[in-house]
Design a protein around this ligand. Structure first.
Ligand code: SF4
Ligand code: FES
Length: 372
């Protein structure tokens, strides 16, 4: 029987609980309740099935996965299944003992997030005092010798400090810095007016990255493309149902972490089906696979096997129809939805509206909490 090629990555969202409140969070607007989270033995089954399916690496993520008291057990299960693990963490509450236990359980690498090189602004973006804890966490991670990635989501409030952000990553000893321009769905779409940078900010930032790449032997820089100004869509997720599976805290399986928002998708759940069935047989994973579903300019376009029509979540979020061409594409009949918004961005960062912070059960406008 022929079927889709095997996936290679699993995003395991262990919990949506998180001490931070970032206004661009990739979690859904409706966060999954803790009482419905998969137990460690259910995650163990998921990792075994993932390995059988061909998955080689898992991002152990959230929310904040350190809030799971059984995290060591979950990491050990992935390790025993033969899956490479990366802990994706805010670093809050990370101690040397906890990380030592995770390394003992088989953890392979860590990705730490930071919001800005400027302490005050980092705390403001995170919605609470957190920079000092991240600085401590970086030292703890570095001391283990594990591969260490730093992730920074970029937007109008930190792009002008990109050089300092790269220097921060170097001084913290990161092997790799992911410079992730904000992708506008979920919480980020809700905060789009506050977060969207100007074209001039992005042009300066691109030059900064090019300069560092040319002269530095420091950390690898990964530049995640912003798509509002390029006129060319990103090959989102490497294609729908092509490379990875997201499993949400309650077992919902999605072809993309932002696909929660597609109200007509009917995603399967690992509590009801094996990962193999979900990958090979479920409607949700097949819905936008390949190119046959395409209509409009994509169906005849020479780039259709390169960018797969762009981002399905963005098409859904902006047009209400996930099968339309991504409005980020200049050929899309909906391109004005992106172009007109981008034209409005700019001016001084201080003139942007307040953030609507991510919070369970509701949002709150900008004022950072104090560390509790
Ligand atoms: Fe990509 Fe479709 Fe735009 Fe062509 S028309 S560049 S396939 S999004
Ligand atoms: Fe879901 Fe692009 S974010 S397909």
């Amino acid at each position: 029987m022929t079927g889709p090629a095997a996936p290679w990555a699993l995003l395991a969202e262990l919990t949506h609980a998180c001490p931070l409140h970032c206004p661009y969070c990739s979690n859904p607007l409706e966060l999954v309740r803790r009482s419905t989270e998969l137990a460690a033995d259910e995650w163990a089954r998921v990792f075994t099935e993932a390995a059988d399916l061909g998955i080689v690496q898992a991002h152990i993520s959230g929310g904040e996965p350190l809030l799971r008291s059984d995290l060591e057990q979950i990491v050990a299960a992935a390790h025993h299944a033969g899956v490479y693990t990366q802990l994706v963490t805010s670093g809050l509450a990370l101690t040397a003992d906890r990380l030592g236990a995770l390394v003992g359980a088989g953890l392979n690498s860590v990705q730490l997030s930071v919001q800005d090189a400027d302490r005050k602004n980092s705390d403001l973006i995170a919605g609470r005092t957190s920079f000092a804890a991240k600085e401590r966490a970086a030292g703890i991670i570095r001391a283990t010798g594990l591969p260490f990635g730093l992730n920074v989501v970029l937007h109008r409030h930190n792009l002008d400090r990109l050089a300092q952000i790269i220097e921060l990553g170097e001084s913290w000893g990161a092997d790799r810095i992911e410079l992730a321009n904000t992708q506008f769905y979920g919480w980020a779409l809700r905060n789009r007016e506050a977060l969207l940078p100007s074209k001039e900010q992005l042009d300066r930032a691109k030059r900064t990255v090019a300069d560092h790449r040319a002269k530095s032997r420091g950390p690898e820089l990964v530049w995640v493309l912003p798509d509002y100004y390029e006129g060319v869509p990103k090959p989102c997720m490497g294609g729908w149902g092509a490379r990875s599976i997201t499993v949400a805290p309650d077992g919902t399986a999605l072809p993309c972490p932002a696909a929660y928002a597609m109200t007509d998708l009917r995603p399967p759940n690992v509590r009801d089906h094996s990962l193999a069935w979900i990958w090979q047989r479920s409607e949700a994973f097949d819905a936008y696979r390949g190119t046959e579903w395409m209509s409009g300019p994509c169906s005849e376009c020479p780039r259709r096997e390169t960018d797969f029509g762009g981002c399905r979540c963005q098409a859904f979020a902006l047009t209400g129809d996930a099968s339309r061409t991504d409005p980020a594409c200049a050929l899309s009949p909906d391109h004005h939805l992106v172009r007109d918004r981008a034209a409005l961005a700019g001016g001084e960062a201080g003139t942007a509206p307040d953030f609507v912070y991510r919070r369970p059960g509701g949002a709150r406008r900008a004022t950072a909490d104090q560390e509790g």
